[in-house]
Design a protein around this ligand. Structure first.
Ligand SMILES: Nc1ncnc2c1ncn2[C@@H]1O[C@H](COP(=O)(O)OP(=O)(O)OP(=O)(O)O)[C@@H](O)[C@H]1O
Length: 645
């Protein structure tokens, strides 16, 4: 977008009136590397599709409504190419996207989400605004410390009440009186009548859908009209009695019989969260039944975004319609190493294990037995090894104060960087690109960007380090570093204020120029790169057990609830393997769908991919470490089943 103060980062959706982009303010990079400019959504409103009156209407609603559960409109942007609403960016996409996930939410998380939707609605109703189009497509999600927080969007067909605070029905004035989404429309709306209770009815349908995975009424718009007006609700037994009562009351045919306000419905939900029947199911993942033919799968959103369609195409063509996992031991006994392990890293060529001051290297993959003697190298370091950074022809080895280079020809350590004794332990974080040509290092006070050329005098087994740039860092923060591709390196800082934990992601070029940054309202611990470009798998800290799949450019986040919090994880090219503290291992395919789980002998210290379809699980005892080699057989089938080897 020329001459705009916003820089477009990517297309995130397509609405009736135009495209929606993720963008950030065009500005000089801040001095403090922890400062980020907030992301915005630019909603294009093309002149042809959205007449000025429509445009001003939505703008009026969005500008008058300022609430944490309503998407905030910040400004209007006119450029030579078009006009845009500048809105808060919601990195979780729509609630519809979330509901398409295999395991979207736990029961209590779902109820909390609906209560927040009601809080946004209550605020709008108190200001005399009825949304008239509540549905999962119009609820956007932002990530908070505890999970998803919803924001109402799309006030395109919202109505203003002539008298604020009334629950009377009002007659639509416009000729297009019954616009809306028939699957969520209250009976009175089919007669051109509306009130805040019409929104409550739509929330009732949404709550039903959230719990069951399908809507209570389906069919053509004509069928839906008949069903909303006449059909009785069928309640599946899976819904606990007190919850059924709330859904029933919100879906009463007569508006006067529904909850008198959104806050009353929220209060009813708040109370049943303490009900033993509901609490008992609180951690169960909803929906409880997959959509069946009895459910309404027919009604697709009229404004289904291009992006979702693209995503669906991608997922259908992917090999990952995998639904079950089976494992067997690829060698009967574990490999026992004489000290606890500190790092386990696999590439396509090698498996590296750091044990005390030693780095052991084996060739990948091993159909044959793996023994300590078969390691192709054992390199002895002067200090305890903290991390291994693999590159195509060797690896860099990180100790608390130094960085070494090991070339695959000799595996002889060459010290590249020495922080000296004064800096204290763990004075270094580092990332190296996959070809071993560029290095970024975080040391107290600065980020350093180096080139790592082959040393012409010593041959290509040795590296010559050349400092290209430095960037100042606040004294006490050492970010985690990762090369995203050959040119870009990611620095990640936690910002763990007790009430508002956040994580900052800043991307630099390999030469130290800041490219941009994003801030996530969640604390993310361990992070792994996935084969998808600019996409990370992160383990959030705090809140319920889950993993985050984070695409950085434009920022998109998916959150996958898990049975238990993972403490170690690895990304293979066929999926992800996550282990909890008790040694329970979950296997997810690369779309984040759980394909199975099994128990490992003990809590793994580290996991790494092994060969085509295997994993190595490292378990530490007090004096030694055990490496278990497993073949994981992820099968294509429609019914999930877990078979232990
Ligand atoms: N603020 C936002 N943050 C993140 N993504 C957004 C935001 N607003 C919209 N989107 C994405 O863009 C898509 C289209 O949104 P938009 O509101 O234009 O479409 P719509 O639901 O068809 O509404 P309308 O009827 O106004 O066209 C959404 O489905 C969502 O994926």
């Amino acid at each position: 977008m020329q001459h705009s103060k916003y820089r477009i980062l990517g297309l995130v959706g397509q609405g009736q009136f135009g495209r929606v982009f993720c963008a950030s303010l065009r500005e000089a990079p801040p001095q403090d590397s922890r400062l980020t400019s907030q992301l915005v959504a630019l909603k294009e409103l093309s002149h042809q599709k959205a007449p000025t009156s429509e445009f001003l209407r939505e703008l009026w609603f969005l500008i008058t409504l300022q609430h944490p559960n309503i998407v905030t409109c910040r400004a209007l942007e006119h450029t030579a190419t078009g006009r845009y609403l500048v809105m808060d960016y919601c990195e979780g996409g729509t609630l519809r996207n979330l509901l398409k996930q295999d395991r979207p939410l736990r029961l209590l998380e779902g109820l909390q989400l609906v209560m927040e939707v009601l809080a946004g609605l209550d605020y709008a109703h108190r200001r005399g605004v009825v949304h008239c189009d509540i549905k999962p497509e119009n609820i956007l999600l932002t990530l908070g410390a505890k999970g998803w927080s919803p924001r109402l969007s799309d006030f395109g067909i919202a109505r203003r009440l002539p008298e604020i605070g009334t629950t009377r029905l009002h007659q639509e004035l416009s000729p297009d009186a019954t616009v809306g989404s028939p699957a969520y429309m209250a009976p009175e709306r089919f007669y051109g009548l509306f009130s805040p209770m019409s929104d409550i009815y739509a929330v009732g349908i949404l709550l039903f859908e959230l719990l069951m995975g399908y809507r209570p009424f389906g069919g053509t718009p004509g069928d839906l009209r008949w069903a909303h007006l006449n059909q009785r609700l069928q309640f599946p037994d899976a819904i606990p009695e007190p919850l059924q009562a709330i859904v029933k009351k919100s879906l009463e045919k007569l508006p006067a019989r529904r909850f008198a306000s959104a806050s009353q419905m929220a209060q009813a939900l708040r109370l049943i969260m303490y009900d033993p029947a509901v609490r008992q199911l609180g951690d169960c993942i909803i929906p409880w039944e997959n959509p069946t033919t009895s459910g309404d799968k027919s009604l697709k959103s009229e404004t289904e975004s291009l992006l979702e369609v693209e995503e669906e195409k991608a997922s259908l063509s992917a090999i990952n319609l995998l639904r079950s996992v089976r494992y067997s031991l690829s060698q009967p006994k574990p490999l026992i190493l004489p000290a606890p392990l500190t790092a386990l890293i696999a590439t396509e060529t090698y498996l590296y294990a750091a044990v005390g001051t030693e780095v052991k290297v084996w060739s990948q993959p091993g159909k044959q037995l793996v023994t300590e003697e078969m390691s192709i190298s054992i390199s002895l370091m002067p200090e305890i090894v903290r991390g291994i950074l693999p590159v195509s022809n060797g690896c860099c080895v990180l100790t608390p104060q130094k960085l070494y280079w090991l070339n695959e020809r000799s595996w002889e350590p060459q010290c590249l960087l020495d922080m000296g004794l004064r800096q204290g332990p763990d004075a270094l974080k580092a990332a190296v690109d996959s070809y071993g040509n560029w290095l970024t290092v975080a040391v107290p006070g600065e980020l350093r960007f180096y080139s790592l050329a082959a040393n012409s005098t010593a041959g290509d087994q040795k590296k010559a380090l050349k400092l290209i740039a430095t960037v100042p860092l606040p004294e006490h923060y050492l970010p985690e570093l990762k090369f995203l591709d050959r040119r870009h390196v990611l620095a990640v800082w936690p910002d763990n204020e007790p009430k508002n934990p956040q994580t900052i992601f800043r991307v630099y070029t390999r030469r130290g120029t800041s490219v941009g940054s994003v801030r996530l309202s969640a604390s993310v611990g361990q992070m792994l790169l996935t084969p998808e470009p600019y996409t990370l798998l992160g383990i959030p800290q705090g809140g319920k057990a889950a993993v985050l799949l984070m695409k950085l450019w434009p920022l998109k986040v998916a959150r996958i609830p898990l049975e238990s919090l993972p403490v170690s994880a690895c990304v293979a090219n066929w999926g992800w393997v996550l282990a909890d503290v008790g040694g329970q291992i979950e296997v997810l395919n690369s779309q984040g769908i759980q394909v199975g789980s099994f128990s490992s002998p003990a809590s793994p210290r580290a996991i790494a991919p092994w060969g085509n379809r295997g994993v190595v699980i490292a378990v530490n005892t007090q004096e030694e470490s055990h490496l278990h080699f497993l073949d994981v057989d992820v099968e294509e089938s429609n019914s999930p089943s877990i078979v232990k080897g």
